[in-house]
Design a protein around this ligand. Sequence first.
Ligand code: NAP
Length: 246
Amino acid sequence: MKRLVTVVTGGSRGIGAATCRRLAEDGHDVVVGYLRDADAAEDVAEAVRRAGARSVCVRADTSVEADVERLFAVAEKQLGPVTGLVNNAGVTGPFGRLADSDPADLRRIVEVNLLGTLLCSRRAARVMTARGNGVIVNVSSAAATLGSPGDYVHYAATKAAVDALTLGLAKELGPDGIRVNAVAPGVIDTEIHARSGDPDRPERLAASIPLRRAGRPEEVAAAIAWLMSPEASYATGTVVRVSGGR
Ligand code: NAP
């Protein structure tokens, strides 16, 4: 039987790493995409192998077309035809009001969160359309519908664009047998908060979350894994919120 081969962008940490491990348990061979931390990516690939799946790490900036080409080319060469894509790589940039933001940060956030998702989806759609099947899951954010005033309206705007992409691409590719969905995590305990200058964010916001705690990466990975699976065979164009009620 042909193996499932799934590319996970930003697979070296946080939600992406948990997704790689979970998909391996579900029988996917996994391409661990990463940007900087080769050691972390290799640790994730090792965990995938320990679960009995094949894995390869590829350094690829998702906002750069040539990198995306290479990501898929290496995947196909080493593991076989790509059957799934999880568009997980994302950045928030520094917290603050839009008026105080640096245009270089705004450009980077749009390039990684939106252009990167578009480029990877475009590349996946080409191979999947030719084959007549495939699954794409985008990692959006609850911010897309909360707006995130004072924190990062720019980030929220890119994630709302990802939701629109999810809907449109699902309709475009449905007749080709390809499903496209998204998950919208709330506050999840990963390094993304420290990297944007607010390490205590998950703890601080817990009281404002109906379930009274931040989520764990594995809880988001479970929703991604369901959308990737045949169990979700009639789900496309939807955004599954995994936000503790926020
Ligand atoms: P994280 O811990 O900061 O990990 C981000 C991952 O993305 C890392 O593997 C990083 O690679 C990779 N990455 C960053 N820029 C990249 C680029 N240009 N090209 C390729 N890879 C890149 O983040 P996370 O919290 O797990 O978030 C994952 C996704 O969930 C993001 O899309 C984020 O917006 C979304 N999300 C997170 C939360 C949350 O509270 N954590 C909430 C809602 C949505 P390196 O480590 O190699 O740099």
